[in-house]
Write a protein that binds this ligand. Structure first.
Ligand code: HEC
Ligand code: HEC
Length: 360
């Protein structure tokens, strides 16, 4: 639970004013003020696995369907099975899993994993939707909307029937039907403490070799060639805290020098404008600046495809630089694009590439 002590510190830091020291409960005299019970309540929204913290309320599957179709389906798909913006939420569980509490498909290492396959505690699903969804408007759902949309997802997974109403009264019974409720383990011993019986983590259970020990070792874990450049050239990526000394992943390991991003940029602007081969670099910059989370070159994700943007704004690099930085809504649909805080030069390279046709 969110502690009152932390809330007081947070409120004090945020207020940043020098204020009352004589008040009781003040941790740092002269700094901030004690958080009011209302402020603490606004932060203190976590729901525990034993449902402590769960607000009173209820919501039906059919009401949940309305919430889902209005506020969730555009990203997660009508049946919660879309993988357009995130891995599917629903799918991969069976009636048998509901009996055993252990999702059989998780044993298949090649099968994809959906949220409902993994989540062991219903409180986690409820809490996450309540605090984080819809993605573009977190905390906008009412308590009853959270109950109803959670009921709808559980219905899609066959955990509750069509005419079900989920509430604080019956949520524990539904927990007892979660397909992967017995799938949580503490055997990995990642959490210390008596409640886990002081189990030693499996990876430190080795015993030291005292005789006939191996003298040569084979490396069994490495980055395969196809994955090497999967996130764009690491050497050209920068963090806000400074340059990242990544490998030049555009070439095989240990072949030639790492090129400097700064030196490349003017060349890139010239070449992308001319549709040169360095459109690869513009695309790498869309990876680096996380545009690729919402945009792909030739298909719509959350935002329009870069090809469609290029078609709409030929030669209009200046307009595009402005829109990339400011974001906006209403040109392509109702989903907003948040303002982007990328380097000017990155925005220019991307905009020139778009204005020149977004060549692959
Ligand atoms: C604009 C797109 C968008 C909308 C609308 C949206 N979501 Fe999401 N949702 C996401 C993304 C992206 C993630 C992954 C977020 C992350 O991991 O940071 C996510 C994650 C989730 C998860 C967690 C899955 C997991 O395994 O971690 C749940 C549950 C969920 N959404 C339910 C909902 C519900 C219910 C609604 C409607 C009330 C909704 N979402 C609306 C984009 C969206
Ligand atoms: C959270 C998702 C998201 C991210 C991240 C994102 N965009 Fe967008 N983008 C959108 C959406 C949604 C639209 C459509 C907005 C509209 O309809 O006005 C859009 C529109 C655009 C447009 C067209 C603007 C117009 O006026 O027609 C450009 C150009 C663009 N994005 C470039 C980028 C670049 C470059 C980045 C990375 C620096 C980026 N976007 C990051 C979601 C995103």
């Amino acid at each position: 639970m969110f502690s009152f002590r932390n809330a007081a510190v947070a409120a004090a830091v945020m207020a940043g004013t020098s204020f009352v020291a004589a008040q009781s409960g003040v941790l740092y005299p002269g700094l901030g003020r004690t958080a009011t019970p209302k402020e603490v309540a606004a932060w203190d929204i976590d729901v525990r696995p034993d449902f402590k913290g769960l607000p009173v309320g209820s919501g039906s599957v059919s009401k949940g369907q309305d919430v889902w179709e209005g506020k969730c389906a555009q990203c997660h798909g009508v049946f919660g099975d879309s993988n357009e913006v995130f891995s599917p939420l629903i799918g991969g569980t069976t009636a048998d899993d509901i009996k055993t509490g252990r999702v059989a498909k998780l044993k298949d290492s090649t099968a994809g994993r959906t949220t409902i396959m993994k989540v062991a505690t219903l409180s986690t699903l409820w809490d996450y939707i309540h605090r984080a969804m819809p993605w573009t408007q977190p905390k906008s759902l009412s308590t009853d909307e959270v109950y109803s949309v959670t009921a709808f997802l559980l219905n899609l997974a066959g955990v509750v029937p069509d005419n079900f109403t989920l509430s604080d009264k019956n949520i524990a019974e539904v927990q007892a039907r979660m397909p992967n409720r017995n799938g949580m383990t503490t055997e990995h011993a990642l959490w210390p403490g008596n409640e886990f019986h002081g189990t030693k983590a499996p990876d430190v259970k080795n015993t030291a070799c005292m005789k006939d020990c191996a003298t040569e070792f084979t490396v069994t874990s490495f980055l395969p060639d196809f994955a090497r450049n999967a996130h764009g050239n690491l050497a050209q990526q920068n963090r806000t805290v400074g340059a990242q000394h990544g490998a030049d992943t555009t070439r095989p390991e240990n072949k030639g020098p790492v090129s400097s991003a700064a030196a490349l940029v003017p060349v890139v602007i010239a070449q992308t404008a001319a549709g040169g081969q360095d459109s690869k670099i513009a695309q790498a910059l869309t990876q680096k600046n996380s545009c690729a989370a919402c945009h792909a070159v030739d298909r719509k994700i959350l935002g329009p495809s870069f090809a469609d943007i290029a078609k709409k704004y030929p030669g209009q690099a200046d307009y595009l630089v402005g829109k990339i930085k400011s974001g906006g809504t209403g040109v392509w649909g109702p989903i907003p694009m948040p303002a982007q805080s990328l380097a000017d030069v990155d925005a220019k390279v991307i905009a020139s590439w778009l204005a020149a046709g977004a060549a692959k």
